[in-house]
Design a protein around this ligand. Structure first.
Ligand code: GH3
Ligand code: MG
Ligand code: MG
Ligand code: MG
Length: 309
């Protein structure tokens, strides 16, 4: 069953965001009086962050992930165009909507801003009602894009992340591990004799089993940066940043124990359903999944229901 709750309606009505979450807005302007003017427009229904220079704004974007930035152009140091370029070139910040709010009203300024990835361009002095309406439009689009992104990265059967999301995070974490010389670990888990389980109990029971296994595996992860994804059929993969081989073996062993403890009766082995796991770690992402896969093969060959590395 899909575990993502679709919002009942996306915000086309007067509120500024989907029900349940206050949108987070970052106002950036070197003149505090301009910040105050915008703050008054949004304080009642948004969570408002403020910055008077580009560097601080960038830091807030990284730490707090606002939905939308209202951005002044002329600022000492990093100006609005530079900040917008920084945001749009960073895969983790790119989805933040940027609206320029500026007194530079030449069509060239506007074109330059839109070319750089800005969603909209508002000139000062602004009309508060118009600013609200434009912000609402962008927040609606952002909420829709966020939802689609989420759906695109979640496995429909189990509700855990899908292979596409794993591949993307794996690339990013590999680059980071290489840069920082941190250890990165991969754990591959495969359900044992699952074909027999399906054949004997039917696909519906098989699907239910996969959902329960996924939830059990997910419960074994401790850090917010750990990732569990369905790799394919009855295979799952874990990405564990900043984790060495010994740490990853510990996680894998916990997973083996936890799935066994579900006590799902296996129709042909006579015991409880088990998984086999392969573990690999290193400061280089390249080849890690292949190494984990080889280790998984060893676990299968050694009798299943165990961890190999
Ligand atoms: P081993 O212990 O060697 O891993 O044996 P196995 O039977 O688990 O491996 P095999 O790869 O032969 O079979 C995997 C089975 O998983 C076959 C396929 O029908 C089943 N499967 C894959 N995806 C799904 C799914 O989404 N739902 C269900 N119910 N079954 C699935
Ligand atoms: Mg300024
Ligand atoms: Mg398999
Ligand atoms: Mg299997």
């Amino acid at each position: 069953m899909m575990q993502i709750a679709l919002p009942e309606h996306l915000p086309l009505t007067p509120g500024l965001a989907p029900p349940g979450r206050r949108p987070r807005l970052l106002i950036v302007d070197d003149q505090p009086v301009n910040i105050q003017a915008l703050h008054r427009v949004f304080a009642a229904d948004c969570q408002v962050l403020m910055a008077t220079d580009g560097q601080r704004a960038l830091q807030l974007c990284r730490e707090r992930q606002p939905d939308l930035v209202l951005l002044d152009v002329q600022m000492p140091g990093m100006d609005g165009h530079q900040l917008c370029a920084e945001l749009k070139s960073d895969p983790l910040l790119r989805s933040i909507a940027v609206i320029f709010v500026t007194s530079q009203d030449h069509p060239d300024d506007e074109t330059r801003a839109l070319d750089a990835g800005a969603a909209d361009f508002i000139t000062k002095p602004f009309n508060p009602t118009v600013v609200r309406a434009r912000v609402r439009t962008q927040l609606t689009l952002k909420a829709q894009a966020d939802l689609l992104r989420e759906l695109a990265f979640v496995d429909g059967l189990t509700g855990v992340h899908n292979r596409r999301h794993f591949d993307e995070r794996f690339q990013a974490e590999s680059r980071r591990a290489q840069r920082t010389r941190a250890q990165l670990a991969v754990v591959l888990a495969d359900v044992d004799h699952f074909k027999h389980y399906n054949d004997a109990l039917g696909h519906m029971a098989g699907d239910d089993c996969l959902r329960r296994v996924a939830a059990a595996l997910k419960a074994c992860l401790r850090r917010p940066t750990d990732l569990l994804a369905r790799y394919g059929g009855e295979e799952f993969v874990c990405l564990l940043p900043d984790t060495d081989l010994a740490g990853a073996i510990g996680v894998a062993q916990l997973m083996e124990d936890t799935v066994r403890a579900l006590s799902l009766a296996h129709p042909t082995t006579g015991g409880s359903l088990t998984i086999s796991l392969g573990v690999a770690a290193g400061s280089q992402g390249q080849g890690l999944v292949e190494m984990a896969d080889k280790a998984l093969y060893l676990a299968k060959a050694a009798g299943r229901g165990r961890v190999s590395w």
